[in-house]
Write a protein that binds this ligand. Sequence first.
Ligand SMILES: N[C@@H](CCC(=O)N[C@@H](CS)C(=O)NCC(=O)O)C(=O)O
Length: 224
Amino acid sequence: MLERPILYSFRRCPYAIRARLAISVSGQTVELREIVLREKAPEFLKTSPSATVPCLKDGENVVDESLDIMLWALERNDPERWLVPEVGDTTGMFNLIEECDGPFKHHLDRYKYDTRHPDAVREEERSRASDFLWRLDNRLSASPWLSGTRPALADFAVLPFVRQFANTDRTWFEGEGWSGLLHWLEAFERSELYHAVMHKWPRWSNGDAPVLFPEEIPAETSTK
Ligand SMILES: N[C@@H](CCC(=O)N[C@@H](CS)C(=O)NCC(=O)O)C(=O)O
């Protein structure tokens, strides 16, 4: 019997969220194992070389980076054409994602977790992270999504991090005048896709019955 791919995940982790978004839209089904970061399951530690979530095990193949998991899913099936942006090209999307994962994430962590970084000045970190957000807002004032009228890979790779930034101080965020950015984030937070990937899963332990992701829709409701 063909083994189902296993996704080690953590509900609130923005990297894991983006992996789940791509898996969900691609129509792949995986076995989801919810990991508690302060007490990582030994099976997860044996699988993930970096000991970070998300980590996907597909047979003998281990995919340990969230962006690679997105590509793993979308290269199998990309019904909403996330890999084919309406405006620009994939290189442009990867450049934006690199900026998100690099400098933006660096300042986001130092803003959100400033007490863990004794040399960080919260407002300074927030302002540096905001440089990236101003640029996103600029693009999002011209079109509802980063690459035009429909969303693509860059939107879903970046949105979980912008959401984390926004939720650090939502009142401040909403007062910055980023109207394109705010609409973009709100459209994401209202979407069915977002809600489908933010389901609450119980912590996984070896021996538990497999939890499928996306959830199986019971046969009697799926035809309605
Ligand atoms: N580059 C990795 C980073 C993943 C990452 O850092 N995940 C965090 C959770 S949001 C993690 O697992 N940290 C390990 C820990 O807290 O022990 C990826 O894109 O998947």
